[in-house]
Write a protein that binds this ligand. Structure first.
Ligand code: ATP
Length: 199
């Protein structure tokens, strides 16, 4: 599985529809300062579910939408799609190509899509989990993050290896199952209380 293409429209400095093909042998994006290189990595993180505007160098989520220029009106929405080659079926879908899309409008409406079908953010993160391409995975290393890895607490650093080893998905499911168990336990206690009162 690999990222084949990214398509952006209205995202940060990419006002017009822009498509970048990551063909075999593609190793680097070069360009003058401020030309939008970091905006591309941020677009990837954004689709993968980044919720913190600060991590995307903004103050609020609106800041990802093209803000306008002297000769151009601001955009009403930002939309980015990541197109993955899935011929090896690493993503658990029986299709050769998976397109993940996020769209955000100035009115605050957020849409996530997998192969043009609306889905929840959770569906996207679950699909990506343990592939090494998740939002918090080691596939995107921002400036300053290398030092952070060295100064991290041991258990935080372990997370990187857990994602690589493919156990993160199961840890998350365990957490969810434990939450459900707690909830069920609470319900049982409540029913017992009612039973005692009735008797
Ligand atoms: P450097 O080499 O200096 O790190 P870069 O090529 O990584 O630069 P970016 O930081 O990706 O460049 O792009 C910054 C540019 O994006 C700035 O010119 C900034 O004005 C523009 N930009 C960021 N957000 C928006 C927005 N919402 N609307 C329009 N332009 C934006």
């Amino acid at each position: 599985m690999h990222l084949k293409r990214i398509e952006m429209v209205g995202f940060k400095s990419f006002a017009d529809k822009t498509s970048i093909d990551f063909d075999a042998g593609f190793t680097a994006i070069v360009g003058p300062n401020g030309s939008g290189k970091s905006n591309i990595t941020e677009a990837i993180k954004w689709v993968l579910g980044e919720q913190s505007a600060k991590s995307l160098r903004g103050r609020k989520m609106d800041d990802v939408i093209f803000a306008g220029a002297s000769n151009r009106k601001k955009a009403h929405y930002a939309q980015v799609s990541l197109i993955f080659d899935n011929t090896d079926r690493l993503l658990n879908m029986d299709v050769d190509e998976v397109a993940m899309t996020r769209r955000y409008t100035r009115s605050g409406e957020s849409t996530y899509m997998i192969n043009q079908k609306n889905c929840r953010l959770k569906d996207m993160t679950e699909l990506m989990m343990d592939t090494g391409i998740g939002r918090d995975s080691f596939s995107i290393i921002s400036q300053g993050q290398v030092e952070a890895i060295f100064t991290q607490k041991a258990e935080d650093r372990r997370g990187i290896f857990e994602e690589a080893a493919g156990v993160m998905k199961y840890k998350n499911r365990k957490k969810e199952a434990e939450k459900k168990l707690d909830h069920t336990q609470d319900n049982l206690h409540r029913i017992n209380d009612i039973l005692v009162e009735v008797e």
